[in-house]
Design a protein around this ligand. Structure first.
Ligand code: PLP
Length: 393
């Protein structure tokens, strides 16, 4: 018998994975090429060759016991130094080895930070729509996720809802740019607003409020600059992941970078180190850490996603759908053609189009289209989107 807390959570979950599983069933009936499966964010571009080559080289040349043994909880020092050097070189920052903690992807880093910073009842503000699992990371630790609805015309953070989301219990603001599920890249103006309001709230409530910047899609942007968040707010922790940048989500590697300028940085780092054990992660995978020594700056060919984005956005808007042009990640947020986005997704299935309902992201009335699929699938899906649109006229 599972816990009541877990039971409730299972009942509430709108599982995008269920849609994905359904897609696999449909593919078995109609053939994979005839299903337009835009339900899940699994990268579709090959990892850069250097990733596999480096792993092979490491396996062939390094002593197995040392390679596969436990590294320290926060990671191999030379790998942490390599990440610090990368950040310092790229953003003229001053990270040291003592600021970098290697993690099993971004998910692990956010969960560890929640464990480190939250007491029961503490609050985490995030902009909605948001990545569904934020709620799980926060509520597993008896915290409360407080959504601040984005401007519905631009999908940028909105100052009024943001201000209203704060209370004396706010400990963390969690942002994600480029964004899942909307594909929006927060502008410099938005980031400045976030930083100004947060400084004001720190002053008002008399304690640090940490800004966690969840950045798995930082390198997936299309001709647009993404502000480096620690330049705008001192109490910033970057959470980074190589899942999407290198197309290796199954390998579980990322890091948390604590700004050297942030309040109580050493104490937070010590908490993070202990959380790694307390929460059962122990350490990030050793082989994947070492791979980064050669691949820290590598990235997939982003033009493949950009080509999908262009075709999809242009075609859908031409048909008459209302969408916000995504500047990053591999998601497009589109208005559903009826009030209930879940029903809209059900109806789309008749055209063999699979999408994730906005409700799953605290974005009712919208749907998320994950365009990390082969270009041909995007191309072939357009007539199906047109039939779906026409069926509502
Ligand atoms: N944050 C966001 C916004 C994501 O979209 C994802 C994965 O899709 C994650 C975190 C988790 O990524 P990781 O594979 O690094 O744990």
């Amino acid at each position: 018998m599972i816990s009541k807390r877990m039971q409730k959570s299972l009942e509430e979950a709108i599982s995008i994975r269920d849609i994905f599983e359904e897609g696999k069933k449909l593919a078995a009936i109609y053939g994979k090429e005839n299903i337009f499966d835009f339900s899940i964010g699994n990268p579709s571009v090959e990892p850069p060759a250097i990733v596999n080559d480096t792993m092979k080289e490491i396996l062939d040349t390094q002593a197995p016991l040392a390679l596969h043994g436990y590294p320290s909880n926060v990671g191999h020092p030379e790998v942490r130094q390599c990440v610090a050097d990368y950040l310092n070189g790229k953003y003229a920052a001053s990270y040291g080895v003592e600021n970098i903690c290697m993690t099993s992807g971004a998910a692990c880093a956010i969960a560890l930070l929640c464990n480190t910073l939250l007491d029961a009842g503490d609050e985490v503000v995030t902009f909605a729509p948001y990545f569904w699992e934020y709620k799980s990371y926060v509520e597993t630790l008896y915290g409360k996720l407080v959504p601040a609805l984005c401007n519905q015309e631009t999908l940028q953070p909105d100052e009024t809802t943001f201000r209203a989301a704060f209370s004396e219990k706010t400990r963390i603001v969690l942002i994600n740019t480029p964004n899942n599920p909307t594909g929006a890249v927060y502008t410099e103006e938005s980031i400045k607003m976030v930083a100004n309001v947060m400084r004001e709230m720190e002053e008002k409530y008399g304690h640090p409020i940490y800004l966690i910047s969840d950045e798995p899609y930082r390198k997936l942007s299309y001709g647009i600059e993404i502000p480096f968040i620690p330049d705008y707010y001192d109490d910033t922790i970057i959470v980074y992941s190589y899942s999407k940048t290198l197309s290796i989500p199954g390998e579980r590697i990322g890091y948390a970078a604590l700004s050297p300028k942030m309040a109580d940085v050493n104490e937070v780092f010590a908490g993070l180190t202990a959380s790694m054990r307390y929460m059962g992660y122990v350490n990030a995978p050793s082989l994947q850490q070492k791979m980064l020594l050669k691949c820290v700056d590598a990235a997939v060919d982003v033009s493949v996603y950009e080509k999908n984005r262009n075709l999809l956005y242009d075609s859908l808007t031409q048909i008459g759908y209302e969408c916000i042009r995504p500047d990053g990640a591999f998601y497009l947020f589109m208005k559903a053609l009826e009030e209930d986005d879940w029903e809209f997704c059900q109806r789309a299935k008749k055209e063999r189009i699979l999408m994730a309902p906005g409700k799953a992201f605290y974005g009712p009335g919208w749907v998320r289209i994950s365009y990390c699929v082969p270009y041909q699938i995007v191309k072939d899906s357009i007539p199906a989107f047109k039939r779906l649109y026409d069926s509502y006229q």
